[in-house]
Write a protein that binds this ligand. Structure first.
Ligand SMILES: Cc1ncc(COP(=O)(O)O)c(C=O)c1O
Length: 406
C-alpha cells in the first residue's frame, strides 16, 4: 500500500492550523473523506440534482440509476443482495429500524428477553431500553471478562430463551472484536434473531453477510470514507418481507387508497421519503475506493499501526491501556488514561500543541466507560491512511504534556 500516494487523496491532510498539519486520530468517530467521494457528491449537486423514483425526465432517471447502483455496490461490499440492503441515515437509524419494525410486527411481548453485551454503544442500548418501558421486555447484559472480551459462559446463560441478541461487531471503546461465530451459533440454537452493530466492523474488516447467520447488520458510511447522513441496514430478505415498515409515507408504498396502502418492493419498503441521494453518490464512491485498496490490506495495515500505538503508549509512565490481551481480537483503537491528567485536559493539550485529534470522555458508551473511569477515557483511533510518524508524535506529545503536569 502506497500510503504517501493515498494521503494525497485526502484534502484535510493538507490543511494546516497555526502552521502545523492535522494529525487525525479520531477515525472511530468519523473518517476523513478522499477527493473521489467529495467529487461524487459534488457531481450530483452540480450536474444531476433531481429526485429519484419520481420523474420520467433524464435527470431523474440518471439520479435513480446512480442511487440504485449505490445500493448494489454497498450490498456487494458486504456480501448481501441489493433487496436486502436498506439505506438509512446511519447505524443509529439502522438499529432503530430493527427495533421499531420488530415492535410494529408484534414480535415482542412482555417478559421477552433481549441480550446485548456490556461493551455496547448507546445506539445498541437505548432503543432496547425503550422497549423495556414500552412493552416490558427484559434487557440483559452479557458480562465482559478481564480481557474486555464477552464472557461466553455468562452469554450462554443469558441467551437462554432470548428473542433477540444484539451485539457489536467491534467495540468503539475497548476495541474488542467479539467472537461473532460463537455468538451466532448460540443465538440461533435458541431461535433468537441476531443483530450486529457493524459501525466499527464494516470499515475495517471484510464482511460476508451472506455467509453469516446474523439477521441484521447496521453500519454508517461516514466511518468508511463516505459522507455523513447515510448508512445501511442489511437484513435477511425473508425477514424484510415479513416485517412491518419502520416509517410510512412517500416512496415506500406500492399503492395507496383512502384507508389502505400496500408496500413497495425491497429495499424501498423501508426507505420512506426523499433519501440522501447525494450521500448515495458519495457512499458508492467510498466503496469503490475501499475496494480498490482491498479490505485485507486495510486490516493488515491497521494491525501494524495499532501494534505500534500499543507499544508506544504502554511505555509512557502513568498511562493505563484498556484493551484485549489477544492481539487478534484488537481493533484499530487504543483506549487509555493517565493517572496524572484528566482525559479532557490531555485531548485539549494534544490539540493545542500539535493539532492531534483524539477523543475524550464517554465515547457514547457511558455504561462501560464510566465503569472503567468516572471521568471518562482518552481514545486514539486509526485508519489505513495514518502513519507511524503520527503515532510516534502522539506518544512524544503525551510525554511532554505529562512532564508539565508534574
Ligand atoms: C460501535 C458503534 N455503534 C454505533 C455507532 C453509531 O454510529 P452513528 O453515529 O453513525 O449512527 C457508533 C458511532 O461511533 C459506534 O462506534
Amino acid at each position: 500500500m502506497n500510503v504517501e500516494k493515498i494521503r494525497e487523496d485526502f484534502p484535510l491532510l493538507k490543511r494546516k492550523i497555526n502552521g502545523k498539519k492535522i494529525v487525525y486520530l479520531d477515525n472511530a468517530a468519523t473518517s476523513l473523506k478522499p477527493k473521489q467521494v467529495i467529487e461524487a457528491v459534488d457531481y450530483y449537486y452540480s450536474n444531476v440534482g433531481a429526485n429519484i423514483h419520481r420523474g420520467l425526465h433524464k435527470l431523474s432517471e440518471e439520479a435513480t440509476r446512480a442511487y440504485e447502483e449505490a445500493h448494489k455496490k454497498v450490498a456487494q461490499f458486504v456480501g448481501a443482495r441489493k433487496n436486502e440492503t436498506i439505506f438509512t441515515k446511519n447505524t443509529t437509524e439502522g438499529m432503530n429500524l430493527v427495533m421499531y419494525s420488530l415492535m410494529n410486527s408484534n414480535y415482542f411481548k412482555r417478559g421477552d428477553k433481549i441480550v446485548v453485551s456490556k461493551m455496547e454503544h448507546h445506539s445498541n442500548i437505548v432503543p432496547w431500553q425503550f422497549l423495556e418501558k414500552k412493552i416490558g421486555v427484559k434487557l440483559e447484559y452479557a458480562r465482559l471478562d478481564e480481557n474486555y472480551e464477552i464472557d461466553m459462559k455468562d452469554f450462554e446463560e443469558k441467551v437462554r430463551g432470548a428473542k433477540l441478541v444484539s451485539v457489536t461487531g467491534a467495540s468503539n471503546t475497548v476495541a474488542t472484536f467479539p467472537d461473532i461465530r460463537e455468538i451466532e451459533k448460540k443465538a440461533h440454537k435458541e431461535g433468537a434473531l441476531l443483530c450486529i452493530d457493524g459501525a466499527q466492523l464494516v470499515p475495517h474488516k471484510e464482511v460476508n453477510f451472506g455467509a453469516m447467520k446474523a439477521d441484521f447488520l447496521a453500519f454508517s458510511a461516514h466511518k468508511m470514507l463516505g459522507p455523513t447522513g447515510i448508512g445501511a441496514l442489511v437484513a435477511k430478505e425473508k425477514l424484510l418481507k415479513e416485517l412491518e415498515p419502520f416509517m410510512y409515507g412517500g416512496d415506500m408504498i406500492h399503492s395507496v387508497s383512502w384507508h389502505e396502502a400496500s408496500w413497495n418492493e425491497l429495499p424501498y419498503k423501508f426507505e420512506a421519503g426523499t433519501p440522501n441521494i447525494g450521500g448515495a453518490y458519495g457512499f458508492g464512491a467510498a466503496i469503490d475506493y475501499l475496494k480498490k485498496i482491498g479490505m485485507r490490506k486495510i486490516e493488515k495495515r491497521e494491525k501494524g499501526l495499532t501494534k505500534i500505538a500499543l507499544e508506544e503508549l504502554e511505555a509512557v509512565e502513568s498511562i493505563k491501556l484498556y484493551c484485549p490481551k489477544d492481539e487478534g481480537k484488537q481493533g484499530a483503537i487504543v483506549l487509555f488514561n493517565s493517572s496524572r491528567v484528566s482525559p479532557h485536559d490531555l485531548a485539549l493539550a494534544l490539540s493545542e500543541m500539535e493539532n492531534i485529534c483524539v477523543r475524550s470522555g464517554m465515547h457514547c458508551a457511558e455504561p462501560i466507560v464510566s465503569s472503567l473511569n468516572s471521568e471518562g477515557l482518552a481514545r486514539a483511533s486509526f485508519y489505513f491512511y495514518n502513519t507511524e510518524e503520527e503515532i510516534k508524535l502522539l506518544s512524544k506529545t503525551i510525554k511532554e504534556i505529562l512532564g508539565t503536569f508534574g
